[in-house]
Design a protein around this ligand. Structure first.
Ligand code: NAD
Ligand code: GLY
Length: 366
């Protein structure tokens, strides 16, 4: 039985259309059954989630008469690399899995990105299911099909588009999430409000205390509203030829912070949070948003217990990391900036000196 309060959204991609189920205490056996095509299922997870939720999913999928194997990876962004990706291929080959197997990602964005990339590559593509267990992965990484791994020279530089068959976002699993991780997920939630939904920003301002406290009803609403935005944008622009780039508000700055500090030192969501402050600051310097809007942006980020300034990073190194960004076209950096609150644009028409000032203004002094 599906939980009574479950909500369903769809990512409308023609014959690759898929549902996102959002609720508490969801029943994976019932909900996943229609979406597991073959007889073999590889559940990819990490050492932390293994202890919390793996058996529940092994039991649910086994009860469907499937052959279930598991691949348990080390936990952490620093393991989102080619060596650990290869462990998934090892597990698939050792289990003797074939082309109609399903790879099920049980975990946060790191596991989802790696398992998804493995499913895109193994035997040139097998089925894929996302069971995101962090707020960040529920509102962002499990939806839309971006998968991949990091390279020492740049984050998420190697990957593929691979849409899942289904996404199962269970709020009850967020109860075990450390508060710092919940906040990191809220960074991506705030992102949707800043880039395209001023009403959602007001709702977040009204409900931030409850979200931070882990209120499951509020979290479900935040996941639903975030996923609705993402699903619409992905349906319009799956391969990021245009509008989808808006989802990277704060990410070019954030990726530079993450890469400079070393993967895993700052959480992805924390880096995105400070990156959004830098983007808002530059938008303010460009005269597009007011200083009041900039302060409002910082305030909602601070209320989510997220950082609004990063450690001191030499400007030349910061800029070098930014130049590896996937939004660099013909050697020209494009940024997602705010034309007004709740309306972002992708643009190459910004003042580079203002950009440098925005970076330096939002660093802690050395
Ligand atoms: P994560 O996957 O590292 O998970 C965070 C931590 O929480 C880990 O230690 C994990 O073991 C633990 N955890 C997960 N679920 C838990 C639970 N229910 N209870 C207790 N602990 C739990 O980090 P994340 O923030 O989920 O994802 C970040 C990654 O996602 C980054 O690599 C980022 O690049 C990627 N990302 C991808 C996309 C995309 O579109 N593909 C979008 C945004 C972010
Ligand atoms: N997280 C950005 C995207 O999926 O496009």
């Amino acid at each position: 039985m599906a939980s009574e309060n479950m909500q369903t959204l769809h990512v409308e991609l023609g014959d690759r259309r898929y549902p996102i189920f959002i609720g508490s205490d969801l029943n994976p056996q019932t909900l996943l059954e229609p979406y597991i095509k073959g007889k073999q299922v590889m559940i990819v997870t990490n050492t932390t989630i293994e202890k919390l939720y793996l058996q529940h999913y092994v039991d649910a999928v086994s009860a469907l008469g499937k052959t279930v194997a598991t691949c348990v990876l080390d936990d952490g962004e620093k393991y989102k690399d080619i060596e650990h990706l290869n462990l998934i291929f090892d597990a698939l080959l050792e289990a003797g899995f074939n082309r109609d197997c399903t790879v099920l990602a049980l975990g946060g964005g790191v596991i989802g990105d790696m398992a998804g990339f493995a499913s895109a590559c193994f035997q040139r593509g097998v089925y894929f299911i996302q069971v995101p267990t962090t707020l960040l992965s529920q509102v962002d990484s499990s939806v839309g099909g971006k998968t991949g791994i990091n390279h020492p020279l740049g984050k998420n530089m190697i990957g593929a588009f691979k849409q899942p068959q289904v996404v199962l976002a269970d709020m009850s699993q967020l109860k075990t999430l450390p508060p710092r991780e919940l906040s990191a997920g809220l960074a991506e939630v705030i992102k949707y409000a800043l880039l395209g939904d001023a009403d959602f920003l007001v709702w977040l301002e009204q409900n931030m205390d409850g979200l931070i406290a882990g209120d499951a009803t509020l979290l479900a609403e935040a996941v639903y509203r975030s996923c609705a935005h993402k699903a619409r944008i992905v349906a319009n622009d799956e391969k990021e030829q245009g509008e989808r780039a808006l989802l990277n508000l704060g990410h070019t700055f954030g990726h530079a912070i993450e890469s400079y500090l070393g993967y895993g030192v700052w959480l992805h969501g924390e880096a995105v949070a400070t990156g959004m402050v830098m983007a808002a600051d530059l938008s303010c310097r460009m005269g597009w948003i007011s200083d009041e809007d900039l302060q409002r942006t910082k305030k909602i980020i601070q209320r989510a217990n997220l950082p609004v300034a990063c450690p001191a990073i030499p400007l030349d190194e910061f800029l070098a990391y930014m130049s590896h960004d996937k939004k660099v076209l013909n050697g020209q950096l494009r940024l997602i900036l705010m034309k007004k609150m709740g309306q972002a644009v992708i643009t190459k028409d910004f003042d580079v000196e203002f950009m440098k000032q925005a970076i330096l203004a939002n660093q802690l002094s050395a």
